[in-house]
Design a protein around this ligand. Structure first.
Ligand SMILES: NC(=O)c1ccc[n+]([C@@H]2O[C@H](COP(=O)([O-])OP(=O)(O)OC[C@H]3O[C@@H](n4cnc5c(N)ncnc54)[C@H](O)[C@@H]3O)[C@@H](O)[C@H]2O)c1
Length: 201
């Protein structure tokens, strides 16, 4: 990893353009409920130490210029909402998602269909979807070369504690091997900004 990599780290709400508001004890993140499930407000209690951390994280201003963003896990719950927010504010998006069956694949397919419906036929190039594994190095290199990725939002992951005990190897594959490969490629292709919001590790 060289000094050009990961030079700026924005919080997920900033990257996605979410509005975050503070009050004394709670952080409220409003997402603009959008028809592909899971809209609404998220409110969680925070300690004072977390408040300081959150304030520091929010000192990075949201990026407003055009960019091309690779969203890994873009068919998933959080990823599909991030993709919608990025498209909404004018960025182009490349999704890679292996569409695994950790839960009903139809939900992921309908997320992709919904996102594709957001770009008109004239703007098809604004959203590119690759079905594949982030550990497939050949595919990933091709995506970086052909798509000219500038930013990365890495959300592809295996989530869930209990299944990780039952089958740890798929977790090591996606969460550790996949993330390591992505960081290496981010360095190699001089990615400006890498957001890693995953809590699955
Ligand atoms: N959902 C939540 O409430 C929540 C809260 C906090 C943190 N997180 C974390 O955010 C991350 C994403 O969560 P989510 O709820 O969107 O999960 P999700 O399962 O809905 O989405 C993850 C996506 O990654 C894809 N994926 C997994 N391994 C892959 C691989 N090797 N190659 C390509 N694609 C792959 C899956 O097919 C899936 O579509 C996870 O790390 C999760 O722990 C989630």
């Amino acid at each position: 990893m060289n000094d050009n990599t990961l030079s700026r780290v924005a919080s997920l709400p900033q990257l996605a353009g979410f509005q975050a508001t503070n009050n004394k004890d709670n952080l409220t993140i409003n997402n603009h409920g959008n028809g592909h499930g899971h809209g609404g407000n998220i409110v969680r209690s925070r300690s004072s130490a977390e408040l300081v951390d959150a304030d520091e994280a929010h000192s990075v201003q949201p990026h407003t210029g055009y960019k091309k963003v690779l969203v890994t896990g873009g068919a998933g719950f959080i990823g599909s909402h991030v993709v919608e927010a990025l498209l909404d504010r004018g960025d182009d998006v490349v999704i890679i998602d292996e569409m695994n069956d950790y839960y009903d694949v139809l939900i992921k397919e309908s997320n992709i269909q919904y996102l594709q419906s957001l770009v008109t036929s004239r703007d098809r190039h604004r959203l590119v979807f690759y079905k594949g594994d982030i550990c497939d190095e050949e595919l990933m290199i091709r995506i970086f070369q052909e798509e000219k990725i500038e930013w990365i939002c890495h959300l592809a992951a295996r989530a869930g504690v209990r299944p990780s005990i039952e089958d740890p190897f798929v977790y090591i594959h996606s969460n550790i091997r996949g993330t390591t490969l992505l960081l290496e490629l981010a360095s190699k292709f001089k990615i400006e900004n890498f957001v890693f919001a995953s809590s699955s590790r």
